[in-house]
Design a protein around this ligand. Structure first.
Ligand code: NAP
Length: 461
């Protein structure tokens, strides 16, 4: 059996791991990855100061070392822009099963005027920039202002806040991109405003992430309106929201008595940015806020625009309101929810007939949407692996001679195979070691090629 997995992020590796448990000795799993590097969101999404979460790559590397597993880095599949790239049809012709594990590569927008002005970014791109994603190396955020805005109350927003309030010595022992580290060392921010459209009981932060804010002992945290206004827990309050609220209270009390904090983080509840106002230089200068009324019910809360407006100055504006899937060429896609439509086991469905497309599966965020932690995708991948293994053998797949030609094509297109990655991985670690860092990430395809040219890498394809 030949299996193609498109997207070598956590879901792609969890799926590989599940399949390997049942794989025969002559099976082959080819992992395709658009960037030259494996591990997707673990490399490019997880915050640099969360190394424990990244340790999941140990298991992924074990799968990669299996002789039945192959990695094709720098190979994009089903791109809308490339005419001679690899298509889904090519994969379905050459593999018995094709699984799409491409995650959610884009971001949701606020839909407000001047959202795309200078120094206004999506969290997806800002996180990609500080984590060294090849797509985001040229972002060049201006961090010389005094006030930054972050919209949203999810874990990505809190990652960004932590990064903006970290002292350089906290960041320089991480695997943060060198580009970002240099820029952040010169950052001048004094205040970070976090805009939350509902109340403190409605945030999507998880408790360990909120608790981590307590470690920033020289940073003051303020809450507007004050937490006294939200004292009564709503009927839907659960353990997480109750714990979060208690930590907010602790942060608020500490902030009240803090003398000359190094920085201040202001949580603004019940506000939605309505417009970004730019200065003469075209760069973000102010944000106009709409103040919301909140209606609490048994099961949740709803907001309404109260019509009240206010403005705050801002020098950097980051929206962190959720990721969104990106459509693949010739693959069904639901634009509204940003996912590939699938049956409950992960078989991709035809748009009209809603019949499964033989041999095509999807798993992870591109099947369910961007929710849950990295480990949530393990269960997701197991379900899809079960479906892939239980379905009947497909006919019409290329014979071994045609497959050799296909491999020839892959070799000519790919930038990094698994042996090359193993060399690059060791190099990154070696480059980081004298600096006291877990690794110093290579950033661009150019850097990768330069590194590879230093050593003859044997091919194990
Ligand atoms: P998220 O958890 O879905 O949070 C999105 C936030 O954006 C919510 O607070 C939401 O508020 C708000 N929002 C959405 N649309 C908005 C709008 N138009 N205006 C204002 N606010 C808006 O998304 P995420 O932070 O991108 O995280 C994605 C997933 O990755 C989550 O499951 C997260 O837990 C996970 N993650 C985990 C970690 C970790 O474990 N350390 C780190 C990063 C990410 P409403 O609730 O009002 O809709």
């Amino acid at each position: 059996m030949r299996i193609a997995i498109v997207g070598a992020g956590p879901t792609g590796f969890f799926l590989t791991g599940s399949l390997l448990k049942k794989a025969g000795p002559d099976w082959r799993i080819d992992l395709f990855e658009r960037t030259p590097f494996p591990f997707g969101l673990v490399r490019f999404g997880v915050a640099p100061d969360h190394p424990k979460i990244k340790s999941v790559t140990r298991g992924f590397s074990k799968s990669l070392a299996d002789p039945r597993v192959h990695f094709w880095g720098g190979v994009e599949v089903a791109a809308h822009t490339s005419r001679d790239g690899l298509s889904i049809g090519d994969l379905l012709k050459n593999y018995h099963r094709v699984a799409l594990t491409v995650g959610s590569q884009d971001d949701r927008k606020l839909g407000i005027p001047a959202e795309e002005s200078r120094n206004s970014f999506s969290a997806t791109r800002f996180v990609g920039w500080y984590n060294g994603h090849p797509d985001d190396l040229e972002l060049e955020p201006d961090l010389s202002g005094s006030r930054a805005s972050v919209v949203g109350a999810g874990n990505v927003a809190i990652d960004i806040v932590r990064l903006l309030i970290s002292k350089p010595e906290r960041l320089q022992v991480t695997d943060i991109s060198d580009l970002a580290l240099t820029k952040l060392k010169e950052s001048q921010f004094q205040e970070v405003d976090v805009f939350v459209r509902r109340g403190p009981w409605d945030v999507a932060f998880t408790t360990p992430e909120v608790k981590e804010l307590l470690d920033f002992e020289d940073v003051a945290f303020t809450f507007q309106p004050g937490l006294e206004d939200f004292q009564d827990p709503p009927p839907y309050a659960d353990r997480t929201s109750t714990q979060n609220f208690a930590i907010f209270q602790e942060l608020q009390e500490r902030g009240k008595v803090m003398v000359r904090p190094r920085m201040t983080v202001n949580f603004h509840f019940l506000v939605s940015p309505r417009e970004i106002l730019v200065g003469k230089d075209g760069q973000v200068a102010e944000v106009e806020l709409g103040h919301n009324r909140i209606e609490i019910s048994e099961t949740g809360s709803r907001i309404q625009d109260s019509g009240v407006r206010s403005k705050l100055p801002t020098d950097l504006f980051i929206r962190s309101v959720g990721y969104l899937g990106r459509p693949l060429k010739d693959v069904p896609f639901c634009n509204r929810s940003g996912i590939i439509p699938c049956d409950p086991e992960g078989r991709v469905l035809q748009p009209q007939s809603e019949q499964p497309i033989s041999g095509l599966y999807a798993s992870g965020w591109i099947r369910r949407g961007p929710s849950g932690v990295i480990g949530t995708n393990k269960k997701d991948a197991q379900e899809v692996a079960d479906a892939m293994l239980s379905d009947l053998e497909r006919g019409g797949v290329s014979d071994s001679e045609a497959f050799q030609e296909w491999l020839h094509r892959l070799r000519s297109q790919s930038l990094v195979d698994k042996d090359a990655w193993s060399y690059l991985d060791a190099r990154e670690v070696a480059l980081g070691e004298p600096l006291g860092r877990p690794r110093r990430k290579l950033l661009s395809a150019k850097e990768v090629l330069e590194e590879l040219s230093r050593q003859e890498v044997p091919s194990a394809l």
